[in-house]
Design a protein around this ligand. Structure first.
Ligand code: HEM
Ligand code: HEM
Length: 130
């Protein structure tokens, strides 16, 4: 079950960040027509917030299932930045402060790095601490 939730979290993350990477990818490799891209982006923006909220819950449940406790781990670091990202997204949504949006995007980028670390070297934190 923890594996399913782990991969669901990865898919959720890819979907939530899709408005950003789909636009950039289509600029470098134009596959989608402009109207199709607009339609996709519209749909992705609509599901961005609910999926972002699920991303605050699914990874910690996945982590708890596999470790049986909340411990310092590459996964916990990734989950923490995801929670901070979602909070900043909600703050931006309600306040419209540009600083919140910049921080939202920065912590999203940090999440990419920590998720990659978690997938490629899951035991990195344990290795550094021991
Ligand atoms: C509280 C947070 C988390 C903890 C404690 C945690 C812990 C773990 C552990 C111990 C493993 C097994 C690693 C191994 O094989 O040695 C694992 C695997 C995995 N984690 Fe996490 N994780 C967390 C968050 C996340 C997040 C944020 C994502 C992605 C967005 C994620 C995705 C995955 C995936 C895809 C696997 C591989 C599952 C498989 O074996 O097929 N995890 N996690
Ligand atoms: C951890 C989950 C999340 C990640 C990784 C994430 C990531 C991102 C990224 C990369 C962008 C820039 C998109 C672009 O430039 O087109 C963005 C935009 C935005 N995010 Fe998030 N986000 C998350 C959760 C949330 C949540 C929970 C909310 C609000 C409740 C939110 C509200 C927004 C808003 C208002 C924008 C501006 C663009 C739009 O209206 O769609 N985000 N997010």
């Amino acid at each position: 079950m923890y594996q399913v939730l782990g991969w669901v979290s990865v898919i959720l993350f890819l979907t939530v960040t899709a408005p950003y990477w789909l636009r950039n990818l289509n600029q470098s490799v134009p596959v989608l027509k402009r109207e199709t891209l607009t339609q996709w982006t519209k749909l992705l923006r609509r599901i961005h917030k609910p999926l972002g909220i699920i991303l605050m819950v699914a990874p910690p449940v996945h982590g708890y299932l596999v470790l049986g406790a909340f411990r310092l781990h590459t996964g916990s670091l990734a989950a923490a930045t995801l929670i901070i990202t979602a909070i900043l997204g909600a703050l931006f949504y309600f306040t419209r402060k540009p600083g919140c949006f910049t921080s939202h995007k920065r912590t999203a980028l940090l999440s990419v790095i920590l998720i990659l670390l978690h997938l490629l070297a899951p035991g990195a934190v344990n290795y550094l601490l021991n």
